[in-house]
Design a protein around this ligand. Structure first.
Ligand code: SF4
Length: 194
């Protein structure tokens, strides 16, 4: 079964509303099924900027609530105040993929036991140029970055770190991101940055 089919099956089997990361998904009555997506903290909010255009999600994913560029898609800092409505299933999947790229596919693969996991050592060994040094990071330096970045800022479960995901965890991380590698280099150089 395709990842999107598996997710559709999960939606049918799981009572709404549904939560994925900071997103709250609710169904509208009627046929064909339609969905609405908003920030979970706007659950009961009436005064929202409403759009029925799924690509409007691109506007909401770019900047955080303070207007800063979001350099980590899994970070729990989405801005509030908007709602995407009257989405059919395809549009819902498109919206989810804009907010959390590959999340549904990774979730479906992981729970089917087929998501490839790449260890930190493998990712580090592939680095070139100024990031080559990351291949020599100590376990303590890697753990420091996990604490500062993955655990402090990111909503994804770092599977590459052998952390366990529950069936309802949609945000999975099978391989360290570029920001992790970059912060690892900073950690090795004794630099601290956001
Ligand atoms: S490596 Fe850490 S910070 Fe980067 S996406 Fe994965 S869990 Fe998030």
């Amino acid at each position: 079964m395709k990842p999107s089919g598996k997710f559709q099956k999960w939606l049918k089997a799981t009572p709404p509303p549904w939560r994925i990361g900071e997103l709250l998904i609710t169904p509208a009555t009627g046929f064909p099924p339609a969905y609405s997506v908003r920030h979970f903290m706007d659950a009961g909010e009436q005064n929202l900027e409403i759009s029925v255009e799924p690509l409007a999600a691109r506007t909401y994913v770019k900047l955080d609530r303070d207007g800063n560029y979001r350099n980590l898609k899994g970070e729990g800092n989405l801005r509030r105040g908007w709602a995407l409505e009257k989405l059919d299933y395809e549009a819902l999947c498109l919206v989810l993929n804009i907010f959390y790229p590959t999340a549904i596919a990774n979730w479906a693969l992981h729970h089917g036991g087929m998501l490839p996991i790449v260890t930190f050592e493998e990712t580090a060994a592939r680095q070139t140029g100024r990031y080559r040094m990351v291949g020599h990071a100590t376990p303590e330096q890697v753990a420091n970055v996990v604490n500062k970045l993955c655990h402090a800022r990111c909503l994804k479960v770092p599977l590459w770190r052998k952390e366990k995901a529950a069936a309802s965890d949609f945000l999975l991380c099978p391989e360290t991101c570029n920001l992790f590698i970059s912060m690892c280099r900073d950690e090795m150089n004794g630099e601290n940055r956001k």
